[in-house]
Design a protein around this ligand. Structure first.
Ligand code: FAS
Ligand code: PHB
Length: 406
């Protein structure tokens, strides 16, 4: 394990003082990718994660990688397993009752997406950390940010009962929607934009073959459903449920019945049932916090924004954030140029808002809203009719789904 710079014990308070260039809060995809990009450029970084490594790996989340994420893993030389085990997908379906509209991304844009779970990306990044000198401190408790509006910020935390302090030139808040970094912005500085959806997604993971070779997003009178996958032998499905639902009230068979009903003919006869290996309900929200920088503190990933997973953008926005932020840090440490840091927030937000729009739009099109009424349903049918008949409309969906350029 690489020795940290200036790692010395504070005799007065049993405090361990460490120093690095960039302190990263959170070992999710954003923090891990940023840490690796900085280390690859010879910049010191330490990641503080309040959960254990096993807990981080136990979370089942995203499944679709845009080119930006695939390219980042390739740039890091960590794409071997993804290229072996990942599934390139050229298209997906929008189902509306009996109707199946194919969005042929490859034909319309020349590009594909990669089906490879966030869990796998996280594992690949975690396993490569120690050999590449990327320090990750797991189970770091009571992480607190200090002096973020100065040039000498620091982070305090407890580890194995000892107070610890990490001094850094910058702090990257990659601690997700519920982390402390966004809270470290003065109330007068930040502005949040939020939309809460009146339903959640109940997700199930099962070691059964997928019902279809490509993803199916279904708008059914009983609600939205999504047929996705992790491999040719492991399926990931979702159904829209009211926010009042509890996962313990959903036995597997009831979920399989709903999926068979909602996903339409392409799935009904092909769906393979099996015991869930993971089952959870996630709320849906659209959220953006502006700006993404305050002094020496920068936000990236879910710490800055959240999207409803309908557009498969969450993980991929984390990738584009850290692609911008890592370049800005590298310009600073290598050339003492602050321009990248000064423009990071506006540059990242420009792409974030476009992804927020697409995720909101596809969620609005494919879900049944309790208060939409007959007119709202007619709007959905009219839009699906238009998409079914318009190459331009399909191209717009395809280019947003594969990910807009950086
Ligand atoms: P993350 O939330 O992944 O990581 C933040 C890290 O910070 C975590 O490891 C957390 O433990 C740590 N942290 C938090 N507080 C801390 C503290 N005080 N101190 C230290 N560390 C702290 N996206 C999709 O594209 N498709 C999906 O299907 C999908 N499903 C999702 C389901 C759920 C339940 C959730 C919550 C999100 C889902 N997402 C999905 C979005 C998700 O994939 C995120 O976009 C992605 O994890 C973003 O990565 P990070 O920004 O790294 O945040
Ligand atoms: C997933 O496989 O988890 C997944 C795929 C596409 C989405 C959301 C989630 O839009």
């Amino acid at each position: 394990m690489r020795k940290l710079k200036c790692c010395r014990r504070n005799p007065r308070r049993k405090e361990v003082n460490m120093k690095t260039d960039v302190a990263i809060i959170g070992a999710g995809p954003a923090g891990l990718m940023l840490g690796h990009l900085l280390r690859q450029a010879g910049i010191e970084a330490v990641i503080l994660e309040h959960r254990s490594a096993d807990y981080v790996l136990s979370r089942i989340r995203a499944g679709i990688l845009e080119r930006v994420t695939v390219d980042l893993m390739k740039e890091l030389g960590l794409d071997d397993r993804m290229n072996r085990e990942g599934l390139p997908h050229d298209g997906f379906y929008l189902a509306d009752g009996e109707r199946m509209i194919h969005i042929d991304m490859k034909e319309l844009t020349g590009q594909s997406v990669m089906v490879y779970g966030q869990t796998e990306i996280t594992q690949d990044l975690m396993e490569a950390a120690a050999p590449r000198g990327l320090e990750i401190i797991y189970s770091a408790e009571e992480v607190a940010l200090h002096d973020v509006d100065s040039d000498t910020p620091h982070v305090t935390f407890r580890k194995d009962g000892a107070e610890q302090r990490l001094d850094a030139r910058f702090i990257a808040g990659c601690d997700g929607f519920h982390g402390p970094s966004r809270q470290a912005f003065p109330a007068s500085v930040g502005k949040a934009f939020e939309k809460i959806y009146p339903f959640g997604w109940l997700g199930i993971l099962a070691d059964v073959p997928p019902c279809n070779d490509e993803l199916i997003y279904a708008n059914h009178e009983r609600g939205f459903a999504l047929a996705s996958m992790r491999s040719k032998t492991r399926s990931r499905y979702y159904i829209q449920v009211p926010l009042s639902e509890r996962v313990e009230d959903w036995p597997d068979d009831q979920i399989w019945d709903e999926l068979a009903t909602r996903l339409g003919p392409a799935c009904t006869e092909n769906i393979t049932r099996g015991p869930s290996i993971e089952k959870s309900i996630a709320p849906l929200r659209s959220f953006v916090f502006e700006p993404l920088r305050h002094g020496s503190l920068f936000l990236a990933g879910d710490a800055a924004h959240v999207v409803p997973p309908t557009g498969a953008k969450g993980l991929n926005l984390a990738s584009s954030d850290v692609a911008y932020l890592s370049k800005a840090f590298i310009r600073y440490f290598k050339k003492k140029e602050e321009a990248g840091l000064d423009t990071y927030s506006s540059t990242a937000l420009a792409r974030i808002w476009k992804a927020e729009r697409f995720s909101w739009s596809l969620t609005t099109l494919m879900h049944r809203f309790p208060d939409a009424g007959a007119f709202g349903r007619r709007m959905q049918v009219a839009e699906l009719d238009y998409i079914a008949a318009s190459r331009a409309a399909q191209t717009s969906i395809a280019e947003n789904y594969i990910g807009l350029p950086l």
